[in-house]
Design a protein around this ligand. Structure first.
Ligand code: URA
Length: 283
């Protein structure tokens, strides 16, 4: 790498994006986005074929085939800043459909640890998205990705919830957890209660950045998270629901790819759309 020179405004190394170390054609355009590079193995184990393509910093990439669908997975690292870099670089190499597969901490008492949350939108406490658009710009998932995730969850018979999540820039104060030596301030103490009253389902750390950038760039994005914690009941089970979230995301990619191939994602009749929306809210 040392000694190579190029434009600083669009850094590449031997034709690869500087951070994710991927170039055009290295991965298919349908991509799962876990935060944790370690989760790439858990994802590829569920595919019929898989191989690692790159691993640089927190960005680990694999491509493969899931039940006939060409699919990839790229880890984003934790939080908005590293997620924004991943999306910028993936968009430049032709990725158009992204599903975050993550974990989340429920804030509503009725949401069980081990169930899934499919996000329709995200509250923008992520920090990073504010460098792209004013706070009034919505961080919304793509409707067809939400519908594909719901359809996948129903087919797989898993317990899921659909609604708004809150993406925070920090795991502790940003999610109303006390800091070191119990440090807190009025905003961090109040946030969880305010969001609960607003009907927000859970905390996580990447969806708002993904949805905002995807909205600005005309890309498709969605998010399915395993509920590994419940802040109202004070339960925490790392790993709960993660396999189910991965399977739902795989299946949603297959649904979207099939719809793209046959053109049905763009030619929904009113009744198709109405029944999809009915299914969405009767889950
Ligand atoms: N991820 C988060 O951001 N918060 C939680 O509580 C659990 C997972």
């Amino acid at each position: 790498m040392r000694g190579e020179t190029g434009p600083a405004h669009a850094p590449t190394v031997q034709g690869k994006m500087y951070h994710v170390m991927l170039g055009p054609g290295d991965i298919p355009p349908y991509v799962l986005l876990p935060g944790d590079p370690g989760r790439i193995d858990q994802i590829t184990e569920t595919w019929d074929e898989a191989r690692e393509v790159a691993y640089h910093r927190e960005y680990r990439s694999a491509r493969g085939v899931y039940r006939g669908a060409e699919i990839a997975a790229v880890s984003t690292g934790i939080g908005g800043p590293s997620t924004a870099i991943a999306i910028e670089e993936l968009a430049r190499i032709g990725v158009h459909t992204m599903i975050r597969v993550g974990t989340t901490g429920a804030i509503q008492p009725s949401i069980k640890v081990g169930s899934l949350i499919i996000a329709t939108a995200a509250v923008r406490y992520d920090g990073a998205s504010h460098e792209y658009a004013p706070p009034e710009y919505p961080a919304a998932a793509s409707p067809e990705v939400v519908l594909a995730l719901v359809e996948a969850a129903r087919r797989l018979g898993v317990d899921y919830h659909v609604g708004v999540v809150a993406s925070t820039a920090t795991f502790h104060l940003g999610q109303s957890r006390p800091g070191y030596r119990g440090y807190e301030w009025s905003e961090s103490r109040r946030r969880i209660e305010d969001l609960r009253r607003m009907g927000v389902l859970s905390f996580e750390m990447e969806a708002a950045t993904l949805f905002t950038l995807a909205g600005l760039y005309g890309l498709r994005a969605g998010c399915v998270c395993a509920v590994i914690a419940n802040r109202a009941t004070d339960e925490f089970t790392p790993g709960a629901g993660v396999r189910e979230a991965i399977m739902v995301a795989n299946e949603a990619i297959r649904i979207l790819q099939e719809a793209d191939r046959t053109g049905s994602a763009r030619t929904h009749s009113i009744s198709d759309l109405a029944s999809a929306i009915h299914r969405l809210y009767s889950g």
